[in-house]
Design a protein around this ligand. Structure first.
Ligand code: ADP
Ligand code: MG
Length: 599
C-alpha cells in the first residue's frame, strides 16, 4: 500500500466534478441555477457543439463584487448558507458551493460580473486549477459565465460524451425544466448561433404551452390544492395526451426540478383509474412547501430529495391529482373555462322524455340503466310517459333551449354506424364513443355505490340457476359478504350449482351467468381478505364492461341526450375505464380550416 497523503485541490475538484458535471447539460444546469439564485429576470444561453465546445450563460442578476469573484470559483464557497440551521431550510437552488469550482476543474472557465453599483465589470479565469486575479471587462450589470472545452483535460470523460445532437438534446431538456420552473423569467437559447427558443415572461399556463406545446395545455386539467402550508398547482394532462415514455413529467418542489419515487408513485396511483398501464402520465406540477419539510441535501445534483412526512405528502398529492383528473367533462380546450355550468343532478328535462323504441312505448334498456339509480322504477316510468306523449325528440330540445344554456357536450344530432354519437355544442361538433362513455358511467356508479355502501340491487323475479365448477362454488361459500357488498345475492344450490337471486340494479340487463362467472373469477384471484381498493376497482371495471352498450345498439335522440347529460355529471367521464378517450370535439373553426373557408 502507498503512503496516505492529502489529495491536491485540483484533483479534489475533479472528483467532485465526476458527480456534479456528468455532461454539458449538467454544467448548464448549475450555471443557470446560479443566475436564478442571483435574482435575474432575463437569462440567455448560448451553446456551441452541444455545449461541449462552449456554454455561455448571461444574466441580469445581482452580480458579484470584484473582490468576491475569485471566491465564487473556489471550492466550498457560497453566499447562500452559513449555518446548519440554514441548511435545514434551503430557499435557494444552490448551497453546496462546489459547482463552479468543479466545472472550472474540468474546463476552461471564465466569469465576468458587474454589480449595478460598480463602474465596470470584472472578469476572472481559471487556468490549471489556479484562479487568476480579476481583470476589468465589459458587461452591463449582471453575470456572464463561459465554460469552454468541457473535459478537455479528462480524456476518459470526454470519450463518454455523445454526439453533438444528443448533448444538445440534454441541454435543451435542462433549459426546458428551468424555463418551466420560472415563467416570470425571460429565457433564450441559441445553439451554434441559431436561436432555438425565446420565451418572454408569461404566466404559468402560457409558459407551459410555449415549452410543451398547445396540445399539452389543451388536453390538461388544472390542479390547485392547498392544505396547511403545502400547495400543489399546475397542469396534469388528461389521459388522451399520455405518453409511452416519461418524457413529459415535470415536478418542481419549491422551484427545483426533482425526480422522486414517492411523488411518482402518488401520481401513478392517481392516474391508475384513467390511464392504461403501459402509458405514462404527463404533467407540470409545482409543489410549494415549508423548506424545513424537505431535505434537498441528499444527492449531489439535488434531483432526489427526502421528505420529513412522506405519508401525508403522498396522500396530499394523490388527492390533489385525483381531484384534478376527476372533474367531469374536461379536455378539448377546457382550460379556456367553459361558461356553461353542467346541469345539477338529474336534470328535470330528462324526465320529460320517453323513448319510443321500435314503436313500443317502453323505455329502453339504456334509459333504465342510466336512470334507475335516481328515478322511479320501470313501471312508474312507463306510467309517467304514456304512449301518446312520446313524440318528443324535439320537445326535449325545446325544453332545454328554454333554459338558454347549451350543455358542455351539446345536443345529439344522430348516431354514426351504431358506434358514435354526434352532437352539437357551442364550439362545434362533439363525437362520443358510446360504448366507452357508457362503460365509464356505469363504472363510476358502481364505485360510488360501493364507497357509500349503497349499491342498489335488483331482486330477480326469477332467480337464475346455473352449473358451476367446484372452484366457483367455493368462491361463493367463502366470499358471501364481499359479493353482497358488490350487490350480488348468490347462494350455493348444490355442490355443482349456484343460484343468483339479486344483482346490482345497474347490471340487471347483462348476461347474468357470464357476469357472475367473471366476478367470481376476479374475486378468486385476489381473495376477499385483501380487497385493496385497486383490485376492487378491477372487479367493478369488469362488471361495468358487462353492462355497457354494445356497438350497433341503436339509440334514439333522447337516449343519446340522456347519455350526454349523464356524462356531464360523471367524474372522469372523459375517458373509459381503460384510459381511452370517450369523446372529443371538433370546433367550427377547425372545420372552417379544413374547408378552407375564409381564406
Ligand atoms: P452555490 O451555488 O452552491 O453557492 P456555486 O459554485 O454554484 O455554489 O457558486 C458560488 C457562488 O458564486 C454563489 O454562492 C454565488 O454567490 C456566486 N455566483 C455564481 N454565479 C452567480 C451569478 N450568475 N450571479 C451572481 N452570483 C453568482
Ligand atoms: Mg450554484
Amino acid at each position: 500500500m502507498a503512503e496516505i497523503k492529502p489529495l491536491p485541490e485540483l484533483l479534489i475538484n475533479q472528483i467532485a466534478a465526476g458527480e456534479v458535471v456528468e455532461r454539458p447539460a449538467s454544467a448548464l444546469k448549475e450555471v443557470l441555477e446560479n443566475s436564478i439564485d442571483a435574482g435575474a429576470n432575463n437569462i440567455k444561453v448560448q451553446l456551441v457543439q452541444g455545449g461541449s465546445k462552449l456554454i455561455r450563460v448571461t444574466d441580469n442578476g445581482a452580480g458579484i463584487a470584484s473582490d468576491d469573484l475569485p471566491l465564487a470559483l473556489a471550492r466550498h464557497t457560497t453566499s447562500k448558507i452559513n449555518t446548519l440551521e440554514d441548511l435545514q431550510k434551503i430557499a435557494s437552488l444552490g448551497f453546496r458551493g462546489e459547482a463552479l469550482a468543479s466545472i472550472a476543474s474540468v474546463s476552461r472557465l471564465s466569469m465576468a460580473s458587474r454589480k449595478a453599483t460598480e463602474k465596470h465589470a470584472w472578469q476572472v479565469r481559471v487556468e490549471d486549477g489556479h484562479i487568476l486575479p480579476p481583470e476589468p471587462a465589459a458587461l452591463t450589470a449582471g453575470t456572464a459565465v463561459e465554460v469552454h472545452d468541457l473535459y478537455f483535460n479528462v480524456p476518459a470523460r470526454r470519450k463518454f460524451l455523445k454526439t453533438e445532437a444528443t448533448e444538445f438534446g440534454h441541454c435543451e431538456e435542462v433549459f426546458k425544466r428551468i424555463a418551466l420552473s420560472r415563467s416570470d423569467i425571460e429565457f433564450s437559447l441559441q445553439h451554434n448561433a441559431k436561436v432555438r427558443s425565446h420565451l418572454r415572461a408569461a404566466d404559468m399556463t402560457q409558459r407551459i404551452s410555449s415549452v410543451l406545446g398547445d396540445e399539452f395545455s389543451q388536453a390538461a386539467a388544472f390542479v390547485d390544492e392547498q392544505a396547511a402550508d403545502i400547495r400543489l398547482h399546475g397542469l396534469v394532462a388528461l389521459p388522451a395526451y399520455s405518453r409511452s415514455t416519461r418524457d413529459a413529467q415535470y415536478f418542481f418542489i419549491n422551484g427545483r426540478f426533482v425526480r422522486d419515487k414517492l411523488i411518482t408513485h402518488a401520481l401513478r396511483e392517481a392516474y391508475r383509474d384513467v390511464l392504461h398501464h403501459e402509458r405514462y402520465p404527463a404533467f407540470v406540477l409545482f409543489l410549494e412547501m415549508n423548506p424545513e419539510g424537505v431535505d434537498v441535501n441528499v444527492h449531489p445534483t439535488k434531483i432526489e430529495v427526502r421528505f420529513r412526512d412522506s405519508r401525508a405528502l403522498h396522500q396530499f398529492i394523490f388527492h390533489a391529482i385525483s381531484k384534478g383528473l376527476a372533474a367531469p367533462c374536461q379536455g378539448s380546450g377546457e382550460i379556456e373555462k367553459r361558461k356553461v355550468a353542467p346541469p345539477s343532478a338529474a336534470p328535470s328535462y330528462l324526465h320529460q322524455q320517453s323513448i319510443p323504441f321500435g314503436g313500443v312505448a317502453q323505455p329502453s334498456t339504456l334509459y333504465q340503466t342510466l336512470f334507475e339509480t335516481h328515478t322511479a322504477p320501470q313501471e312508474n316510468l312507463t306510467k309517467e310517459f304514456p304512449a301518446d306523449s312520446l313524440d318528443n325528440s324535439a320537445s326535449a330540445l325545446e325544453t332545454v333551449e328554454d333554459e338558454k344554456e347549451i350543455p358542455p357536450l351539446g345536443f345529439a344530432l344522430g348516431q354514426l354506424h351504431g358506434i358514435y354519437i354526434l352532437a352539437q355544442n357551442e364550439k362545434g361538433l362533439v363525437i362520443v364513443d358510446m360504448h366507452a362513455a357508457h362503460e365509464r358511467i356505469v363504472y363510476e356508479k358502481l364505485k360510488s355505490g360501493l364507497e357509500n355502501q349503497a349499491v342498489s340491487t335488483q331482486q330477480l323475479l326469477i332467480p337464475i340457476t346455473f352449473q358451476a365448477d367446484s372452484l366457483e362454488v367455493v368462491t361463493v361459500e367463502e366470499n358471501c359478504g364481499t359479493l353482497y357488498n358488490f350487490g350480488f345475492d348468490i347462494a350455493v344450490l348444490s355442490p355443482t350449482a349456484l343460484i343468483v337471486r339479486a344483482v346490482p340494479a345497474i347490471l340487471q340487463h347483462s348476461d347474468m351467468v357470464k357476469l357472475v362467472r367473471d366476478v367470481l373469477r376476479e374475486i378468486r384471484e385476489f381473495g376477499a381478505s385483501q380487497i385493496l381498493t385497486e383490485r376492487r376497482n378491477e372487479v367493478l371495471s369488469t362488471m361495468a364492461c358487462h353492462s355497457a352498450l354494445r356497438a350497433s345498439h341503436l339509440l334514439t335522440i333522447p337516449e343519446m341526450n340522456a347519455l350526454l347529460r349523464e356524462m356531464e355529471l360523471t367524474e372522469r367521464s372523459g375517458h373509459c375505464n381503460h384510459g381511452r378517450p370517450t369523446w372529443f370535439e371538433i370546433s367550427v373553426a377547425d372545420l372552417d380550416k379544413k374547408f378552407m373557408r375564409g381564406k
